[in-house]
Design a protein around this ligand. Structure first.
Ligand code: HEC
Ligand code: HEC
Ligand code: HEC
Ligand code: HEC
Ligand code: HEC
Length: 395
């Protein structure tokens, strides 16, 4: 074999090896920073070092944004007692990267990329720097267009469209596949119906520019699971009387861009039936629970694993006997077949419905249907959020 051929062979083998390793290294679907943030869209190095270290320093010139952020769960991410308890005061260091992060632009955007943990300013949790600071160029990234005051602003704002996209949120918010659920929803399709994370979680607000003059800003409170109005907008419950003692109840995820309840694995949404009797008693039974169970509850079996599935059930109604229920999983009209990362999950994917044909036992004179939102599955009704209620005094 000539030297030339040998070199060609080595180069070829090297190439194959590189490809194989590259494919092995990169799990399916994971994005790389160059996929979502092209080199030529990154602002170049500025000369002055950025003089800021704490989010408190942004307050003076961005007071509205600061106040909204201060009241948000992003600010709470490290000090949140729930998180402190579950992470044993962050002895579990795996919890740090998303709850006490260094800037996302430092490590990269998109899902499958984790941020790094930081050591300082703990009480600031997910702070201003997390989403805006690009340390390499010492600038604050914004989607633009920038106002006239930007050129002299000490925070050195620079335009990078990427911060306006869900790729900013994905490094932290795809742990339980929220980003990928959104990609499968009708909201991710470009056009009139397009809605991304910020369309729903960063509503537009009127404010003044730091340098004076009006502008449209984005609310930094990130309303979601701790905002009852937002929770009520997530899904609907319709109740139709279908005959004597027969009801049709439909629960739909028609208001979120991902599974409902979303992401956090302690949440539970419960459909309850309360049967009224002539002597004024009330029998309260749970018809269904929508939830992505956490590790200790993996024994749960999802009775409706695929769209179109159906199952019958008998619910005990005190001494009245049984209510007969036929439950059906109704596919979303957009993207009817969804990925199933958690087979135990009974969450309702975006656009899907669950229907319950209920036949009440004799002796039922009325019924109430309630849809509850519980921050954790053990939460009592008095602490839960009542999303929807329908009272049928007479049947
Ligand atoms: C001394 C005042 C001042 C301080 C302090 C300051 N900024 Fe700014 N910032 C400005 C001005 C002026 C602009 C230009 C746009 C405007 O007029 O609103 C701006 C713009 C921005 C923008 C771009 C907004 C847009 O128009 O899209 C971001 C993001 C930003 N600042 C983040 C920060 C962060 C984060 C901090 C704290 C680390 C901070 N700023 C501290 C004055 C300040
Ligand atoms: C560095 C990680 C990180 C990034 C980036 C991030 N988040 Fe979060 N987000 C969190 C953490 C952690 C929490 C939960 C904090 C807590 O409750 O203790 C959270 C909470 C939330 C909540 C729930 C708030 C509530 O009150 O229920 C929403 C909504 C949200 N984030 C949306 C977004 C959106 C939209 C983006 C992108 C623009 C984004 N986040 C970027 C880490 C992040
Ligand atoms: C069409 C509107 C809509 C879109 C689009 C949307 N969400 Fe939501 N989101 C909601 C509603 C409504 C809730 C409250 C109900 C719930 O928790 O399921 C919610 C809840 C959440 C929560 C709270 C989870 C918890 O249990 O604490 C997080 C986090 C969140 N969304 C992140 C995102 C991210 C990230 C994106 C983009 C990939 C996104 N959302 C897209 C409407 C939307
Ligand atoms: C979870 C991510 C996140 C955090 C935390 C965050 N921002 Fe933002 N910010 C955004 C996104 C997304 C936008 C919208 C993109 C744009 O318009 O540039 C935005 C827009 C802005 C704007 C321009 C629009 C407006 O509403 O005035 C300013 C100024 C700003 N942020 C400053 C701050 C400051 C100061 C902090 C801390 C107090 C902060 N941000 C924290 C994600 C974040
Ligand atoms: C990949 C990023 C990431 C990691 C790692 C992470 N979290 Fe979170 N965490 C989030 C996000 C994002 C939220 C916001 C709600 C949601 O999406 O579930 C959250 C929410 C929470 C909440 C709910 C807070 C509330 O009051 O609503 C708790 C509790 C929590 N995390 C605990 C932990 C613990 C304990 C660990 C470590 C074992 C951990 N997290 C690791 C991203 C992360």
């Amino acid at each position: 074999m000539s030297i030339g051929k040998l070199i060609a062979l080595v180069v070829l083998l090297g190439g194959v090896l590189f490809l194989v390793l590259h494919l092995v290294d990169k799990p399916e679907g994971v994005l790389e920073i160059s996929d979502v943030w092209p080199e030529n869209d990154r602002p170049r190095e500025r000369r002055d070092p950025i003089p800021f270290t704490r989010s408190q320093q942004c307050r003076e010139c961005h007071p509205d944004v600061w106040r909204e952020w201060y009241g948000s769960h992003h600010r709470l991410a490290y000090v949140n007692p729930e998180v402190q308890r579950l992470s044993k005061g962050f002895q579990d260091r795996d919890c740090l990267p998303c709850h006490l992060p260094r800037p996302i632009p430092e490590t990269g955007f998109g899902y499958g990329i984790r941020p790094l943990e930081r050591g300082a300013a703990r009480e600031d949790g997910v702070d201003c720097f997390t989403c805006h600071h690009f340390p390499k160029s010492k600038v604050m990234l914004a989607a633009g267009p920038l106002g006239p005051g930007a050129a002299n602003a000490p925070c050195q704002p620079a335009v990078a469209k990427i911060v306006q996209t869900p790729n900013l949120c994905a490094p932290c918010h795809d742990q339980h596949k929220v980003h990928q659920e959104w990609l499968e929803s009708r909201f991710a399709v470009a056009g009139d119906g397009f809605k991304d994370c910020n369309s729903c979680h960063m509503p537009e607000v009127e404010r003044k520019r730091a340098a004076g003059g009006p502008r449209t800003g984005r609310h930094h409170g990130f309303p979601a699971a701790h905002d009852p109005a937002m929770l009520r907008s997530a899904g609907s419950m319709t109740v139709t009387v279908a005959g004597q003692r027969r009801l049709l109840v439909v629960v739909a995820n028609d208001g979120t861009g991902h599974n409902f309840p979303a992401d956090e694995r302690h949440r539970a949404v419960d459909l309850h039936l309360i049967v009224h009797t002539a002597d004024g008693r009330r029998h309260d039974v749970r018809v269904a629970r929508f939830r992505n169970p956490y590790r200790p509850d993996f024994e749960y079996v999802n009775p409706l694993p695929k769209p179109g599935d159906t199952y019958p059930a008998d619910l005990t109604i005190g001494e009245l006997g049984y209510a007969k229920v036929i439950a059906t999983r109704i596919a979303a009209s957009f993207h009817p077949v969804r990925k199933v990362p958690y087979p135990q999950s009974t969450q309702i994917p975006a656009g899907e419905k669950r229907s319950y044909q209920i036949t009440l036992p004799e002796g039922s004179v009325g019924a109430t249907l309630r849809l509850w939102y519980r921050s954790n599955p053990f939460m009592a009704d008095k602490d839960a959020v009542l999303l929807h209620e329908k009272v049928l005094e007479k049947l």
